[in-house]
Design a binder for this molecule. Structure first.
Ligand code: NAD
Ligand code: UGA
Length: 358
């Protein structure tokens, strides 16, 4: 199969591309505006890399779609600080530009694997009813759970809304124009090549990188609104394993299906995440002279600015991936954290010429 991976240079894209190249079953075209995370894969051969901005030439994007059998679309702004600081840009890239790709897939009758997000579920029904979701664990089910967003003034939801609208358009194209799509809702993947560390590059990445930065550079661990909200973490290799099954689509089982990919067993509050990371770092990686970060509470307004509202709890129900694809995540929370931390610690030690972790 000829596969076009859009956004192949990102965290998920780079890990997915590497795995597809290793499998050697398909012909891969990887497209992005940033190739750093793909450099080793490009050097090792086996893919065609195209430096291309999907906001650029529509003719070229259409031609690329026409020339491949399957389109995998990962392009997005996927970082909550941007939903607050640049909401229009988030909408334009994540909906308007991505819609063009869906349109070309309809026109040229190509299957599309579209990356959406677990954020489409929004807040829990418990929170919407004024209850604490700590007392009401409610796994999110792809084709059943209502999608509940906060008010428009909390513009963080523009990301989830743009992704949700794209899902709804794909569904409608499926009904009216026969589009064959599969939608993926990732639940907090982490692993090697996740975001940059903020002491090494300006910006406000996702939480793991902030906490890792604190352990390596001594910046404070900031718990937004006390770190009371929950996330369930999935190791990138487990996630990629499921994505590959969706790409391969055994017996058409993924045709016009939405899949949660996540690990319900790996749920923690953000405060617990910080505590686990400190414990693992101290036990497995700490060397004399490493900084000891303080842990402080900050308000979400101070951390992100006005317009932020958090997803309080998101537990994936993964029955569909298990039933249709025989997939289940293999890594427990400690191994997810250890493996991801090891990647950053080794990189850091190599950069600063210290011995790498055993
Ligand atoms: P990422 O930011 O690492 O990857 C996105 C990639 O898109 C980047 O390499 C970026 O350079 C590229 N890109 C951005 N604008 C582009 C443009 N105009 N033209 C071409 N390429 C462009 O994010 P990720 O974590 O790898 O996420 C991939 C997808 O999965 C996104 O759609 C995201 O919304 C979704 N997702 C990810 C997670 C997760 O756990 N990482 C969770 C939910 C949803
Ligand atoms: C992110 C993004 O929306 C998407 O990449 C994706 O849709 C989703 O993750 C996902 O990975 O599934 P979120 O989990 O909110 O959403 O992003 P993080 O920045 O990792 O934040 C997680 C939690 O940690 C939030 O409660 C946030 O307020 C908190 N946080 C963040 C801190 O307490 N401290 C920090 O330094 C950073």
């Amino acid at each position: 199969m000829k596969i076009l991976l859009l956004g192949a240079g990102g965290f998920i894209g780079a890990n997915l591309t590497e795995r597809l190249v290793k499998d050697g079953k398909h012909q891969i075209t990887a497209l992005d505006i940033d190739r750093e995370k793909l450099d080793d894969t490009i050097k090792s051969g086996g893919i065609t890399y195209i430096d291309f901005d999907i906001r650029g030439s529509e003719e070229q994007l259409e031609k690329l779609t026409r020339d491949h059998d399957l389109i995998v679309d990962l392009v997005a702004r996927a970082n909550p600080s941007l939903y607050v600081s640049n909401p229009v840009d988030v909408f334009k890239l994540n909906f308007i530009e991505n819609l063009k790709i869906a349109d070309y897939c309809v026109k040229h009758k190509k299957r599309i694997v579209q990356f959406s997000t677990c954020e489409v579920y929004g807040i829990t029904a418990a929170k919407a009813n004024g209850q604490s979701s700590a007392d009401f664990p409610q796994p999110f089910i792809e084709d059943e759970t209502p999608l509940i967003m906060g008010p428009v003034k909390n513009h963080r939801w523009i990301y989830a809304c743009a992704k949700q609208l794209l899902e709804r358009v794909l569904h409608a194209y499926g009904i009216e124009q026969g589009l064959n799509y599969s939608i993926i809702r990732p639940f907090n993947f982490i692993g090697p090549r996740i975001d940059y560390l903020p002491s090494e590059q300006t910006g406000n990445p996702r939480v793991f990188s902030h906490f890792m930065n604190a352990l390596l550079y001594g910046t404070p661990i900031k718990l937004v609104d006390g770190g009371a909200n929950y996330r369930a973490y999935t190791y990138i290799d487990d996630a990629v394993d499921c994505i590959v099954r969706i790409i391969e689509n055994p017996n058409g089982s993924c045709d016009r299906q939405i899949f949660n990919i996540g690990t319900p067993e790996n749920e923690v509050t953000i405060k617990q995440l910080a505590e686990r990371m400190i414990e693992i770092f101290n036990k497995r990686f700490r060397q004399p002279g490493d900084p000891v970060p303080e842990m402080i509470d900050v308000s979400s307004e101070e951390f992100y600015g006005v317009g932020y509202e958090d997803c309080d709890r998101r537990i994936p129900n993964v029955d569909k991936a298990r039933t249709l694809l025989g997939w289940k995540s293999e890594h427990d929370l400690d191994s997810v954290l250890f493996l991801t931390m090891k990647y950053f610690v080794d990189k850091h030690r190599a950069k600063h010429k210290e011995p790498v972790a055993a």
